[in-house]
Design a protein around this ligand. Structure first.
Ligand code: GDP
Length: 372
């Protein structure tokens, strides 16, 4: 599953959000084999209404609807000095290293009853405290690597060339970090990124700022909250996403059943829950998309990278499907729904047989034909 680490200063609402996300989804998918790996980590199903619509057409029973999942990790304790190994700082940084994306919770709500660690609500300052620690940790990794590269151990010309390439890539990233910018913005081509991939740079990770607001800011998506405006501007400069969330609302949603929840959200003027909006932002940042398989036995969502070909998409189900791939019966999601399934789509001429060069589209409903 996609692994996202929740970071942020103390007292900004991280654990409130984490607990709400994890508990909400357990309530929502009673049949789902939900699990908590550790107290601070939970795997939650990705809500997707398209699954229910597909299942209704295919006659899949409720128990056999399988959503994709996202793992959330609550990474508390990232504070000033973490990169120096202050307290348990290093351990927290190591936890972030393992994540595919970072959700950075930023306090954008005013509430005199909730103490702010630095005395006042100041999103830009909060963001920079955390990002400074991440950048310091990256800098240390880069320095260590450069030191090793500078020993010039490479013998063959090919190895020497690779080392030179890596040094150049690292130098580009270092300049950015020194300017207080994240590695994510470095102007590297795909090959150069591949050279530095095993450093797992923290500031290179796709990042979503979760602006934590009070409930009355949900209706206009934080449009009239000046703290949110600051976060949006900063995120744009940094190539990050912003999502508006109310940890407090999320924690109240837990107590409601599904219909009440929709009503409550509608009353607040919110069109979706926090989990949906976070996941949408994460998919966008990570360039992920979903395709479906559906039949009487099972209706299931699968996560792939944008640009995956049909065989690559099949490989997400099983490597044998990729190796033995022959064809993919393909119907777009809307075509599938409008025509009430595969046979209706066939009659209308919107059912296609795609080959191995086909690039899968968001929402495609697929049946793979393969050799074993
Ligand atoms: P963490 O240290 O970042 O994990 O923060 P917590 O989740 O423990 O929250 C700190 C305090 O802020 C708690 O008292 C929460 O109830 C409160 N809090 C969290 N989110 C919100 C919010 O959206 N609005 C308000 N008013 N309070 C919140």
């Amino acid at each position: 599953a996609l692994k996202t680490g929740i970071v942020g200063l103390p007292n900004v609402g991280k654990s409130t959000l984490f607990n709400a996300l994890v508990e909400n989804s357990t309530a929502e998918a009673a049949n789902y084999p939900f699990c908590t790996i550790e107290p601070n980590s939970g795997i939650v199903p990705v809500p997707d209404e398209r699954l229910q619509a597909l299942a209704a057409i295919s006659g899949t029973s409720k128990d056999n609807i399988v959503p994709t999942t996202v793992e959330f990790v609550d990474i508390a304790g990232l504070v000033k000095g973490a990169a120096d190994g202050a307290g348990l700082g290093n351990k927290f940084l190591a936890n972030i290293r393992e994540c595919d994306a970072i959700v950075h919770v930023v306090r954008c709500f005013d509430d005199d009853d909730v103490i702010h660690v630095d005395g006042k609500v100041d999103p830009l300052s909060d963001i920079s405290v955390i990002n400074f620690e991440l950048a310091l940790a990256d800098m240390a990794q880069i320095e260590k690597r450069l030191e090793r590269l500078n020993k010039g151990r490479a013998k063959s010309n090919a190895d020497k060339e690779a080392e030179a390439g890596e040094r150049d890539a690292l130098a580009k990233i270092k300049v950015l970090l020194e300017e207080g910018k994240p590695a994510r913005l470095a102007d590297l081509n795909e090959d150069e990124w591949a050279l530095v991939k095993d450093l797992y740079l923290l500031t290179a990770k796709p990042t979503i700022y979760a602006a934590n607001v009070n409930e009355d800011d949900l209706a206009d998506k934080g449009g009239s909250n000046p703290h949110v405006a600051v976060v949006r501007e900063h995120a744009q400069e940094e190539g990050a996403e912003v999502t508006i969330i109310s940890a407090q609302v999320e924690s109240e949603l837990i107590k409601l059943d599904p219909e009440e929840r929709d009503e409550f959200l509608a009353d607040l003027g919110a069109d979706e829950g926090g989990l949906q909006s976070l996941i949408r932002a994460a998919y966008k940042q990570l360039k992920l998309q979903t395709y479906f398989t559906t039949g009487e036995k099972e209706t299931r969502a699968w996560t792939i990278k944008e640009g995956f070909t049909a065989p690559q998409a099949a490989g997400v189900i099983h490597t044998d499907f990729e190796k033995g791939f022959i064809k993919a019966e393909t119907v777009g999601y809307d075509d599938f729904i409008v025509n009430n399934g595969f046979s209706g789509a066939k009659e209308k001429g919107v059912w296609r047989l795609e080959g191995k060069d086909y690039v899968v589209k968001e929402g495609d409903v697929l049946v793979f034909k393969f050799n074993v």
